[in-house]
Design a protein around this ligand. Structure first.
Ligand code: TUI
Length: 323
């Protein structure tokens, strides 16, 4: 289909057909999903946030058996065994590593020396500038419309400021699930986008059907941010667990509960939701754009739809000037 269109610094640098990354969502982004996305011409990413180093090693080998295209691994930097995970991606010569929830500075040289492209998620201009000094390959500027652990700024204000102040290709993330969103991100100066929530509803995504169903049912106001009061903001679908956060956080602010109690509310809850389908009492992380995701279809169809929608959206926007 739309081959030849939408070439950017991102398609060029990462040897992909379309400027789309799939978010490396912990527990959700397995080798099956990553390989399906890569086979369809975007960049599939394995989420290592839920994995031991042995599990990650297996998952990378599985992805290699399912695709010959480039793919990535997302490393959640808060994990205690992050050093071991770094070793695994280096030994397996994974083409791309994205990082989240911290500063990957200490690991960049080692990853780059192994020929791995490094793309950190940055929630601010300051961190993006620091990453520029480490000579990373691009940054993912993620606004607080994203699902899961988020920074304070929206995608709309974060992207143009990072684009202006940093001389690196910018991938926009947070609140993007359609071609219109991709077109808007390109207009803000991004060279590509990362989508998470939309790919949870890919046929090849192995998340529990109840998790997918919860996203399909979501409306515009279905997501809320938990953990704000303790400095760990996490965007999730509103459910019983989110309600409990709301009550307990109020009590925490009144001095009636400890920070540790709030922290413990979330422990193991993402796994419960994604793998067991516990969508009322588990943590159903999803982006604020969940309301627009209303069908399950193969990754290839998602990607082709987003790309052709983006092309049309850009043409329509130009038409507004020409008549
Ligand atoms: O990492 C994410 N999203 C995530 S991680 C995750 S697992 C988790 N679950 C519960 C609590 C915490 C984590 C679920 N969703 N997105 C990328 C992201 N990175 N968002 C925010 C950041 C970030 C924050 C601070 C990146 C760098 C950073 O740097 C601080 C510093 O060291 O300067």
């Amino acid at each position: 289909m739309v081959k030849g269109m939408l070439k950017t610094k991102i398609t060029e640098k990462f040897n992909i057909e379309y400027p789309i990354f799939q978010g490396g969502m912990a527990w959700v982004a397995t080798a099956e999903l990553a390989a399906a996305v890569s086979n369809a011409g975007a960049l599939g990413i394995i989420g290592a946030g839920s994995m031991t180093s042995e599990m990650l090693d297996k998952e990378i080998k599985k992805a290699k058996s399912l695709t010959t295209k480039p793919f990535g691994v997302n490393l959640m930097l808060l994990l205690p065994h992050i050093e071991e995970l770094i070793e695994v991606v280096i030994q397996n010569r994974v083409p791309v590593v994205t990082t989240g929830a911290g500063n990957p500075g200490p690991f960049v040289d080692r990853l780059k020396a192994a020929g791995i492209k490094v793309v950190p998620v940055v929630p601010s201009v300051a961190l993006a500038k620091r990453m520029e000094r480490y000579k990373v390959d691009a940054v993912i500027a993620e606004g607080n419309e994203a699902g899961g652990h988020i920074g304070p700024l929206t995608t709309m204000v974060l992207i143009p400021q990072i684009v202006r102040e940093v001389n690196l290709p910018v991938i926009a993330a947070g609140g993007i699930a359609t071609g219109e969103g991709l077109a808007a991100a390109l207009c803000l100066g991004a060279e590509g986008v990362q989508m998470g929530t939309r790919f949870i509803c890919a046929t090849e995504c192995t998340a529990h059907p109840a998790y997918k169903e919860a996203i399909l049912k979501a409306k515009d106001r279905s997501t809320v941010v938990t953990g704000q009061s303790i400095g760990i903001p996490v965007r999730v679908l509103r459910n019983k667990l989110a309600q409990r956060y709301e009550v307990w956080e109020k009590e925490y602010l009144e001095g009636k509960r400890t920070k540790e109690e709030i922290e413990e509310l979330g422990v193991g809850m993402l796994r419960k939701a994604v793998r067991e389908g516990e969508v009322e009492n588990g943590s159903v992380m999803a982006g604020a754009i969940a309301g627009i995701v209303n069908e399950i279809k193969p990754a290839r169809e998602i990607i082709e739809e987003v790309v052709s929608q983006a092309e049309l959206a850009l043409k329509k926007a130009l038409d507004k000037f020409n008549n």
